[in-house]
Design a binder for this molecule. Sequence first.
Ligand code: 13P
Length: 252
Amino acid sequence: MRKTIIANWKMHYGPVKAGAWIRAFRRERLPKNIDIGVAVPFVSLAAARSSLGRAGVPNLGAQDTFWANEGAFTGEIGPAMLKEFALSFCLVGHSERRQYLGETDEMVAKKAIALQKSGIRPVICVGETEAQRKKGETLKVVRAQLAAVIAEGLKIDGPASPIIAYEPVWAIGTGKACSGQEAMVVHEAIHDALVKKFGKEASEIPVIYGGSVDPRNVAEYLSTTHIDGVLIGSASLDPRAFGVLCRAALPA
Ligand code: 13P
């Protein structure tokens, strides 16, 4: 399976800085055998799209969506609006949204399904907190987060087929990266749960890892079985450093 690298700027870069990032990143030499994407704040999608011009890389994505396409939902942005930017993907259920905005598994599931209906690939984020890991509940928590989306009718084929992102909350922005081996156990459980539900085609659903990935440790993740890509927060904020990370991802 081709590997995937997705940058998540989180709440950084309005339109001016987003445009500058994209223009700088376009000058980076990038590996051709990896799918590279960047998840941009809503307000910067137009600037990112126009700075990208005809360049096909990186793929553009959003960081969240609402589950309806339009209506009386003040402040929300739905998949049909996102589609106007020709996005390839959209994150849903990032742990920061679960933690600070009270997003539940049910909300995340509705968002993922709504994206698929609009032809946008959902990148569904799951992961346990430090307290849950200490109690030995990692697999139980991750399986429950996944089960909610499956129950809503997730589709696994077609252009809007999902990506699952395993991001242990304790490893995000802390420098305490989960080792490749520790992550592998969870990725394998995710692959198994998907194959059990959908059959063996589901082994083609990428399961990517996020949490303190940087240019030094990226190759370890991408060389570990069951890890199909990485989701990068802080190490993606500088376009040149992110270019270095992309080049370091797969040994030549
Ligand atoms: P960091 O790479 O800053 O740990 O963030 C990971 C993340 O949350 C990506 O979505």
